[in-house]
Design a protein around this ligand. Structure first.
Ligand code: ZN
Length: 446
């Protein structure tokens, strides 16, 4: 609750001091749990990470616990039923920005460690906490962070609590994440806005050109019209397809949870199920557009218009290359000779793993014990930049992705909330997970 009161928004334009304050509060929570060597890890001009550990079980495996204490911007205040940074309980859920993504995720580990240290006086294994402060802006400085602190981070398993469960009450293990690449598109026509009556007709409208360029990125069958983009897209293997097809899907429920208005149809790529689209196919979203605000708008042709495009990538695609293909498509032949520029803003890699083996079996048993339900094996459409570099750094240590989010939790939107019943089940699962992993043989010596 204390943590969720701090507006630790990492995005540009929000006070960095609040992210620093939440790092301190996170550190206090780790200390209260009984973690040692708690430290706010700083790199100049980067939102701080938090570290803590409990390493008193020599010979037992070490688990690296990952979460993030920064949050998404709150969005439109008028849409929140209770203020974003005043955590409020309604109908078994705790509403507030960050309650699920990812302060709730972090707290499952804090609670599990607390219960071991206060109840049994010790943990069955060693743990290290790494709580990041810039996940919601793409972990841009992760490389620098790893360079500086890698000597502290050796571990046998990585447990990330930042992904979603399959359904309310149904746990999941995530074995695949999409990547992301962002491209900014700008259309410039005039060196100043002009009267839309005196000039409208012959003179191109940058907003309509922008709309045309964006509309041209999508084919009628729902695929993306970006030449070369699908060449590198990996086809899911037989085992993965079997795993996906085993999962129940209810379109009505899916639409309801997404908040689609009545009558709105899905527009995804033909020939692929919804889960295949979300987890194994690229997709494009326009995340911002800018020309003129409603306030102060007048009858003029604006001078320029821009849009921010976000392209999700999947296994085998190179994010940078996908961004370049998108830039090429947008700038290849500007209509009417207007000036079109497109630039890549940065990319986060996808991640995938084979979810078989003793660590995954241990995690499935732990989730079964906490939820009294079998864990679904799922992919996720979102991106977490941390996973691949960390797994590489730890020599391919198994990464277990779990979390407290459920489909109606509204992460990244207004009225984000945490299902308190599932939160308790996640804590119970986490308690079992430490115990289960403590008995999994570790790989070759580090
Ligand atoms: Zn998150």
């Amino acid at each position: 609750m204390t943590l969720s009161r701090i507006p630790s928004v990492s995005a540009e334009g929000f006070p960095a001091a609040e992210v620093a304050r939440s790092a301190e509060a996170m550190g206090d929570a780790l200390r209260d749990a009984g973690a040692e060597k708690v430290e706010v890890l700083e790199i100049p001009d980067v939102h701080p990470y938090v570290y803590g550990e409990w390493m008193h079980k020599p010979g037992a495996p070490t688990i690296l616990l990952y979460g993030h204490h920064d949050v998404q911007p709150p969005g439109r205040p008028e849409k929140w039923l209770s203020p974003a940074f005043q955590p409020t309980e309604r109908g078994g859920r705790l509403y507030g920005r960050g309650t699920a993504d990812d302060k709730g995720g972090c707290m499952t580990h804090v609670a599990a460690v607390t219960s071991y240290l206060k109840g049994a006086g010790g943990l069955p294994c060693n743990v290290k906490f790494v709580i990041e402060g810039e996940e919601e802006i793409g972990s841009e400085n992760l490389g620098k962070f790893l360079e500086k602190y890698k000597h502290m981070l050796a571990a046998d398993f990585i447990v990330l609590s930042d992904t979603a469960n399959f359904d309310t009450g149904v746990p999941a293990l995530t074995y695949q994440l999409r990547g992301i690449v962002q491209v900014d598109l700008e259309v410039k026509v005039l060196d100043h806005p002009v009267h839309s009556g005196m000039w409208g007709g012959p003179v191109p409208d940058p907003v309509q050109v922008l709309a045309d360029l964006i509309a041209d990125l999508r084919n009628r069958d729902g695929s993306l019209n970006i030449p070369g983009l699908y060449k590198d897209v990996a086809k899911p293997g037989k085992k993965q397809l079997k795993r996906i097809r085993k999962l129940p899907f209810d379109e009505k429920k899916f639409k309801k949870e997404g908040g689609l208005f009545k009558g709105v149809k899905l527009w995804g790529e033909k020939g692929y199920s919804v889960y295949e689209q979300l987890w194994t196919r690229p997709s494009l979203t326009v995340i911002a557009t800018e020309s003129h605000e409603f306030a102060g708008s007048s009858n003029q042709i604006v001078d320029s218009a821009r849009a921010r495009l976000s392209l999700r990538t999947v296994p085998n695609m190179d994010g940078r290359k996908a961004g370049e293909l998108l830039v090429k498509k947008l700038t290849r032949k500007p209509p009417y000779g207007v000036h079109v520029s497109a630039t890549i803003n940065g990319s986060t890699p996808w991640w995938t793993t084979d979810p078989d083996g003793p660590a995954f079996e241990a995690a499935r048993r732990a989730l079964q014990a906490g939820f009294k339900k079998e864990a679904a094996m799922i992919g996720a459409g979102g991106s977490i930049g941390f996973v691949q570099p960390f797994s590489d750094l730890l020599g391919g240590a198994p990464c277990l992705l779990t979390g407290v989010e459920d489909p109606p939790c509204n992460a990244h939107s207004e009225n984000e909330s945490l299902h308190l019943g599932d939160f308790r089940k996640c804590i119970a699962s986490t308690v079992h997970l430490y115990d289960e992993l403590s008995r999994v043989p570790v790989r070759a010596p580090r």
